[in-house]
Write a protein that binds this ligand. Structure first.
Ligand SMILES: Cc1cc2nc3c(=O)[nH]c(=O)nc-3n(C[C@H](O)[C@H](O)[C@H](O)COP(=O)(O)OP(=O)(O)OC[C@H]3O[C@@H](n4cnc5c(N)ncnc54)[C@H](O)[C@@H]3O)c2cc1C
Length: 382
């Protein structure tokens, strides 16, 4: 279906991204997956061709592109055959540097945003803690102001780009007495390598290309001018940026589901059982039809959200619906696809099978399905 969402410029950008990923990422993804690391050089290459931070101001190296370019980038990342790579890039582009852009002053942007746009530095957002994930207001990492410094103590976990990345946009409590508690949350940029910061790489069941880390802060001294915006603004900024994060997550899910469907269709046409292609069995054909319908429904909602979001309309409820729906949908699609593939669907050398564990994360990260439903029902007035 043609949704008339993208202009010729978006489509030109799509072709550039697609070509780049086909040449520089897809062929090497299996090797990076084994090494569980993205080579640093690829970030620099992406920066040089303008694929990082393109929505930000020219003064810092961006081109001031509209938000729909983020959607195009996410769609192409979804198709590059390495979801973990897409997660790392979107964590940098859409989930962490966004705070520096939104709240940072000129000096902070020159110091951090410019190298992030150039691909010289990799950025992460560190909110989740061992004791607080969905309940962001429950974080315990403490930043105590002493003179012109903050002394930071605490722990973060499940942080994408947290091991190999350079900058941590970190949610901390600057005011323990604030009521309600979320008003005591602030965002501080912590540079990796600062004494007292250490990280442990976590072993996941999928998405191995992207690194995910547990991070410890022990009496970390950070200059007070690393605070983004004002004290107490952190929670509001996080809730605001969650909309972009969840929109991008949903877009990735829809495109990956479409890719899985294509591969499954090919198999269903070629695999012969009882004298005919398995796609000729009604039960299989109907499963494929259900998948295609679910994908198209989600795509329509996603495009509608993207359209409104890019016009700065508040679509929190619809984006929450989209994130919940698309992430659950892609998990159903990969489940049905692996069933249609039979034994091949369980073999790690098959592309669709490999996605099975990768996709398990999408109903959890960036806000669980239950939290999305909570937001939706609250906005419904229940
Ligand atoms: C691959 C991956 C990458 C990630 N990357 C990052 C990152 O870069 N930065 C970052 O800060 N975090 C990151 N996260 C963390 C992620 O955002 C959290 O895991 C997520 O928000 C859930 O928090 P939790 O794990 O603490 O689960 P919990 O909050 O403990 O939830 C456990 C279960 O309880 C349910 N639950 C909780 N509260 C409610 C409620 N009110 N009503 C109903 N059910 C509820 C949840 O839905 C879930 O099923 C990542 C996670 C993964 C898996």
């Amino acid at each position: 279906m043609n949704y008339d969402l993208f202009t010729g410029e978006h489509e030109q950008f799509r072709r550039q991204v697609s070509r780049f990923l086909a040449e520089k990422v897809t062929p090497f993804a299996p090797e990076w997956e084994m090494k569980r690391e993205i080579p640093r050089s690829i970030w620099g290459e992406m920066g040089r061709v303008g694929f990082l931070g393109f929505c930000y101001d020219q003064a810092y190296g961006g081109v001031g592109a509209d938000e729909l370019f983020r959607i195009v980038m996410a769609q192409e990342l979804a198709l590059c055959g390495a979801p973990g790579f897409g997660i790392s890039v979107t964590a940098h582009n859409d989930m962490s540097t966004t705070y520096i852009n939104l709240l940072g002053n000129h000096e902070q942007k020159l110091r951090w945003l410019t190298p992030c746009i150039a691909g010289e530095k990799v950025c992460a957002i560190a909110v989740t803690e061992p004791g607080a994930g969905s309940d962001v207001a429950g974080i315990a990492t403490r930043a105590e102001k002493k003179g012109d410094q903050y002394i930071i103590n605490g722990q973060k976990t499940f942080i994408t780009n947290g091991y190999y990345g350079d900058l941590l946009v970190t949610a901390v409590k600057t005011d323990l007495k604030a009521t309600p508690p979320y008003k005591g949350i602030s965002l501080i940029v912590i540079e990796k390598g600062t004494p007292g910061v250490s990280a442990r790489k976590l072993e996941k069941i999928g998405g191995h290309i992207s690194d995910t880390a547990e991070i410890f802060f022990e009496d970390v001294e950070v200059p007070a001018n690393h605070l983004l915006g004002q004290e107490g603004m952190g929670f509001f900024a996080i809730m605001t940026n969650f909309q972009l994060e969840r929109l991008i997550a949903g877009i990735l899910c829809v495109e990956i589901a479409g890719w899985i469907l294509d591969k499954t269709m090919d198999h269903a046409k070629q695999r012969i059982a009882f004298g005919k292609p398995i796609g000729k069995f009604q039960v299989i054909r109907h499963k494929l039809a259900d998948m295609a319908t679910a994908i198209e429904l989600n795509r329509a909602l996603g495009y509608q959200c993207a359209n409104q979001f890019s016009r700065r309309v508040d679509v929190t409820m619809e984006i929450s619906m989209f994130k919940a729906s698309a992430s659950e949908m892609v998990n159903r699609v990969v489940y049905d696809a692996t069933q249609i593939l039979g034994g091949y669907g369980y073999m790690a050398e098959y592309e669709v099978a490999k996605l099975y564990p990768d996709l398990r994360a999408v109903t959890i990260a960036g806000g669980t399905t239950e939290i999305m439903k909570d937001i939706i029902s609250r906005l419904m007035g229940i």
